[in-house]
Write a protein that binds this ligand. Structure first.
Ligand code: G3I
Length: 319
């Protein structure tokens, strides 16, 4: 049975990776055995440990224990890292969430956070999600506290700060519902063009890919290509494909096809550099907590056994 990172690399991708949480790889040895195998996973994303609420709980007070542990895990196992993330409207500490900030205050808060976080891992991270989920599904900017205080200025500030803190990392924006064409994908193309025109160092777009069995968008390949034509790379950054429970053989078969579809789209686009699943096992998937009655979105089941989806991934690379 081919391993996923091995087959991704055979097809000239940089990695096949997974997101993870500290409690999972620290406490669950069977889980750790799979995650630490770099023929299976050549890249790691901290699902939560690098987020603002985890790393700057009080103004200017940084806690990097969990983030360091993820970085150390990946280094020990010869895996590359994606940094996730500098600025997101979710998982914020109370002092940001409940604070009131003028434009210059919010920009300096963003600068201190991104500069310190990205700087800590200078030279050790392949790519950073500098901004996460800044656009709504209808293509308008999301009215986060960052936007409400600074318009779109916080975006440029975050990228310039990240670039100064780590000249080696590829700097990304990252979002969901941009797998296929539509107003949100168009808005991202416009944002990327505008940022580049202004000299903002954006180099990649993360296509999260939280998908639904049987409901994949059409023309994923063409959509990814349109992003790469702007002179950036793309990556599938948070892949999972959920189903309405209970699981049936036909849902599992459709899920396998859907994994094949998204992987083959990335595989066929030269500038799509890698794929990350948003944890590899249903045991630790975020889906059941967020979508009542849905789940089983990952390529490994609750008992850490591979599912048909695993072979869909392999078929996607071989297609
Ligand atoms: O670790 C604490 C635990 O100590 C506490 O008892 C428990 C009680 O709620 O919470 C635990 O923290 C939770 C954490 O997940 C770890 O499981 C947080 O409450 C919960 O909000 C957090 O959810 C994460 C969510 O982002 C918000 O940060 C999910 O795990 C994570 O999968 C999800 O990931 C996001 C990406 O970052 C961005 N794209 C969408 C994706 C899915 O929402």
């Amino acid at each position: 049975m081919p391993s996923l990172n091995t087959i991704a690399k055979q097809h000239r991708k940089l990695y096949f990776g997974s997101a993870t949480n500290n409690v999972e790889f620290v406490n669950d040895t069977a889980y750790r055995d799979i995650l630490q195998n770099n023929r299976m996973f050549g890249q790691i994303t901290a699902a939560n440990s690098m987020k603002w609420g985890s790393t700057e709980p009080f103004p200017g007070v940084f806690t990097f224990d969990d983030a360091d542990q993820v970085v150390q895990f990946a280094k020990t196992n010869g895996q590359i890292l994606r940094g996730h993330n500098c600025v997101w409207h979710n998982h914020l500490p109370d002092w940001v969430l409940n604070g009131t900030f003028t434009e210059s205050e919010i920009l300096s808060v963003v600068q201190r956070h991104c500069g310190t976080l990205v700087g800590r891992y200078r030279g050790q991270i392949y790519s950073w999600d500098v901004v996460n989920e800044v656009i709504n599904d209808d293509g308008t900017f999301r009215e986060t506290l960052f936007f409400n205080s600074s318009g779109t200025k916080y975006i440029a500030t975050a990228f310039h700060t990240a670039r100064a803190a780590d000249p080696f990392a590829k700097l990304y924006a990252n979002d969901f519902n941009i797998e296929g064409p539509g107003p949100k994908s168009t808005a991202y193309r416009n944002l990327i063009k505008d940022l580049k025109k202004e000299g903002v160092p954006i180099q990649g777009l993360g296509i999260q890919s939280h998908l639904v069995v049987g409901e994949l968008p059409v023309n994923i390949k063409e959509n990814l290509e349109a992003f790469t034509k702007l002179g950036i790379e793309v990556a599938i950054t948070e892949l999972d494909i959920r189903m309405t429970l209970p699981e049936t053989p036909s849902l599992l078969a459709q899920q396998k096809k859907d994994y094949e579809t998204i992987i083959s789209a990335c595989n066929e686009v030269k500038g799509c550099i890698g794929v990350t699943v948003w944890d590899f096992t249903d045991k630790y998937s975020w889906i059941p907590r967020s979508f009542a009655g849905e789940g089983n979105a990952c390529p490994w089941d609750d008992n850490l056994q591979i599912k048909p989806a695993y072979f869909g991934i392999i078929d996607g690379f071989r297609k």
